[in-house]
Ligand binder design. Sequence first.
Ligand SMILES: C[S@@+](CC[C@H](N)C(=O)[O-])C[C@H]1O[C@@H](n2cnc3c(N)ncnc32)[C@H](O)[C@@H]1O
Length: 281
Amino acid sequence: MLSGRPEHRGPPELFYNDQEARKYTCNSRMIEIQMQMASRAIELLNLPEGQPSFILDVGCGSGLSGEALTEEGHYWAGIDISESMLNIAVEREVEGDLFLSDMGNGMFFKPGTFDGVISVSALQWLCNADKKSHNPAKRLYQFFSTLFASMIRGARAVFQFYPENPAQMELITGQALRAGFAGGVVVDYPNSTKAKKYFLCLFCGEAGAMPKGLGTEEEEEARNTVQYTDARRRHTRKGKERVPMKSRQWILEKKERRRRQGRGETRPDTKYTGRKRRPIF
Ligand SMILES: C[S@@+](CC[C@H](N)C(=O)[O-])C[C@H]1O[C@@H](n2cnc3c(N)ncnc32)[C@H](O)[C@@H]1O
């Protein structure tokens, strides 16, 4: 019986042929899911607010994850092994610079090029040996070590991926740490079979606090007394209702984002949060 996992069906450059690449990119459910996961990966990058960054999208495919970067106002470059996927990205006139390349052969960018790296649904492909010459552990190490060099110090790399089993998760994390990164895996909605998602969050140089997974008890605690609604979980995407700057709602959202991004200590929310102060004189 054929496995349900695409990476078991053949090498990525053959699996994502013209027909599959088109089918993938035209599927509205797929578009929604990939964009959502890309937005969450961008959130976990913890980029400076209000200024564009230069981001690498590894396994960018037809540019769905890259579009989330464009929507957030960032510049990006993408690499992918499938020519068919990249052709569709060109056809769709995505904003990023595209490179046809196998991540297992390593990155070829100048040192310190990227302010951050995202990758959505691609990393697990590296755990397969599609050729006799392929050694997954070596390819992972080659990838992570060259990626590390291409990032600025203090930047993060966030990979949403589908580990097949705990051994695979250990292999991936182990090779990333060997290559010089700090960090680990953040799991969103760990108790939901459908919504559960794995994000490998890597720190280049300075290790920060690990972000909290969504839908976990830790996150629940961090949110403290904040009333939680779906509207406040939405990312800065088109169609988001804007809340007035410096309003109580704006401050609560900002603090919640900081907690989710794992940015150090954030003061607890109280009834005084966002309250206007009287002038001193
Ligand atoms: C499920 S698609 C995701 C594409 C895109 N990130 C998105 O969110 O729509 C996985 C992509 O990873 C790419 N990929 C798999 N193995 C790769 C490798 N060794 N090097 C570069 N890209 C690879 C595939 O070609 C495919 O385009």
